[in-house]
Design a protein around this ligand. Structure first.
Ligand code: ADP
Ligand code: MN
Length: 174
């Protein structure tokens, strides 16, 4: 639908950020405490082959933007979703009522990515991307400034306060 938010009875939230910043953990917790549905886009891309093959240099799937948007269009038009993805420019602006960009300090992010077994190259790429605020800039270029919110995600306390913040925001939207 091209109508935007008017026909949604529940909001859609995008949770984005560099890999390792805590998107999936926060999305799961927030989905449990609101009645929003968690969509892990990275998993969906693999499951439904919404890609054009594997990029061996970057060790990642080459996203098929059109396939991904088609796959999600109906669900997102209905509202009530938390979309979890490490990129945000692929989605239509009209889908989201709130865009959260998770941010993590370098040393903490380094440890999380190392624990995940990422190669040195992939760790460096992601740390650089976090330092240069690549995803935050992408979000600011892709969505209205008033719906883009940067959230710190270093500690468990940060995570808890982020969950509370989402709960309160959803209540206010309703
Ligand atoms: P993403 O989905 O952004 O790649 P994950 O949610 O998988 O990140 O989190 C990566 C790792 O960091 C997990 O082990 C998770 O438990 C941990 N983590 C995520 N957010 C926090 C946080 N705010 N404080 C402490 N650990 C966190
Ligand atoms: Mn994830």
């Amino acid at each position: 639908s091209e109508q935007g938010t008017q026909e949604r009875k529940k909001p859609n939230i995008l949770i984005t950020g560099t890999p390792g910043t805590g998107k999936t953990t926060l999305s799961q917790l927030a989905s449990e405490s609101t009645d929003l549905f968690h969509i892990n886009v990275g998993e969906l891309v693999k499951e439904k082959s919404l890609h054009q093959g594997f990029d061996h240099e970057f060790q990642s799937w080459i996203l098929d933007d059109d396939k991904l948007v088609d796959e999600l269009e109906e669900t997102l038009s209905n509202g009530g979703n938390i979309v979890d993805f490490h990129s945000c420019e692929v989605f239509p602006e009209r889908w989201f009522d709130l865009v959260l960009v998770l941010r993590t300090d370098n040393t903490i992010l380094f440890d999380r990515l190392k624990d995940r077994g990422y190669s040195q190259k992939k760790i460096t790429e992601n740390i650089d991307s976090e330092i240069f605020q690549v995803i935050l800039e992408e979000a600011r270029e892709s969505y209205p400034a008033e719906i883009v919110v940067e959230l710190r995600s270093n500690t468990i306390e940060d995570m808890q306060s982020n969950v509370t913040r989402i709960e309160e925001w959803v209540e206010a939207w309703n």
